[in-house]
Write a protein that binds this ligand. Structure first.
Ligand code: ADP
Ligand code: NA
Length: 345
């Protein structure tokens, strides 16, 4: 695409794992590397989204910084991609408020993610006063902030996983509503669905790999030492058939390993084809190959990450924070000037 504006965000809720990397971050880098000169890329560390769940202030501050280092360590270039903390650009929150004034409560309450949060907090019962008090407004209106993130930069392309499809549709709806009510100012964005599969937990291949799973052996952090990567892959739960076949439904653990091998090989070969090539091999041999491929794919990230965090006593990242915020504010203010005028502010 030409003159594209790419926007995506990630929460600073912990060190990213292989799922975040293959499912989101690596896609961002690819978009950066393939981008046309006139394209604009913005990648935000969405700290305002993170506080919809309780956070410790010191830890959140540290994690924002670590996420910034992680994004650069995986190959995002702060000269090419605008990297910034969402809260450094107050226009995001400002546009959210304005969009809230035309967003439909009904639409928001039908969102799957909200419904599942609602169900979790109240075990499927109707909301009583106590349950309603536990639920926070921010969690409900989260998609409006997400819409503002995208629309405030006039993003044309938003790479997201399948779980975010509905929120993107809502963002388009927010843009259309606004344009209809006020003036044609906001750009309805396109979704760029990432085609990478979900990376599954190494301990329970029926769940996705996640930051929050209690068993840390279920995930591989992108900063892991080669030795640790090896141990986690070798310890991955599979099954008791010691042959390699690609049967995602019947053998999800083995299929997950084959997916990892496919994703982490320099030239992509479909997992089913990899399985055919490995006919006769044992699961141990498969794990050895996966371990080597993942180690190679993550090679260098760890060293770059630690170097970035300590470079010039942290001053290097301070400067990137400042420069990114400056550029993102400029980008957002362009839209906001037109938005305020259209509304009468
Ligand atoms: P987590 O679920 O680990 O807290 P986030 O919700 O912060 O991760 O997700 C950040 C990005 O990483 C999102 O784009 C999400 O789709 C992607 N992602 C998270 N977990 C996985 C996974 N296991 N496989 C593929 N992509 C993932
Ligand atoms: Na999540």
């Amino acid at each position: 695409f030409q003159n594209a504006v790419v926007f995506s965000g990630i929460q600073p809720t912990g060190v990213p794992h292989l799922g975040n990397y293959l499912g989101a971050m690596r896609q961002w880098k690819r978009l950066q590397d393939d981008a046309h000169e006139d394209d604009k890329l913005l990648y935000s560390i969405v700290d305002l989204h993170a506080i919809t769940m309780p956070q410790d202030a010191e830890i959140l501050r540290r994690r924002r910084r670590e996420m910034l280092a992680a994004l650069i360590a995986i190959g995002l270039d702060p000269e090419r991609s605008i990297l910034f903390y969402q809260s450094s650009v107050s226009q995001h929150a400002e546009l959210m408020w304005i969009l809230s004034c035309t967003a439909s409560m009904g639409y928001l309450s039908r969102m799957t993610q909200w419904k599942s949060k609602l169900q979790m907090s109240n075990k499927g019962e109707d909301l009583d006063d106590a349950a309603a008090a536990r639920l926070k407004l921010g969690l409900f209106s989260y998609p409006v902030l997400q819409a503002a993130d995208i629309l405030v930069h006039g993003a044309t392309h938003v790479p997201v996983g399948h779980d975010q499809k509905q929120h993107l549709e809502f963002a388009r709806e927010c843009a259309t509503n606004f344009n209809h009510k006020f003036a044609n100012v906001l750009v309805p964005p396109e979704t760029v669905l990432t085609n990478s599969p979900r990376v599954m937990s190494l301990m329970n291949p029926n769940n996705k790999m996640s930051k929050s799973a209690p068993n840390e052996k279920s995930r591989i952090l992108i900063m892991a030492e080669p030795q640790e990567i090896h141990q986690r892959i070798m310890g991955a739960v599979t099954d008791f058939e010691n042959v390699v076949t690609y049967e995602p439904r019947r053998r999800p653990g083995v299929a997950n390993l084959l997916e990892l091998l496919a994703q982490c090989s320099p030239n992509y070969v479909a997992p089913a084809v990899l399985a055919e090539k490995m006919a006769g091999a044992s699961l141990g041999e498969l794990k050895q190959q996966v371990s080597r491929a993942v180690t190679a794919e993550l090679g260098g990230i760890r060293d770059r990450y630690h170097d970035l965090l300590s470079r010039h006593g942290g001053k290097y990242l301070d400067e990137i924070e400042e420069a990114g915020a400056e550029k993102a504010r400029k980008s957002a203010e362009e839209t906001m000037r037109a938005v305020r005028y259209a509304v009468g502010l």
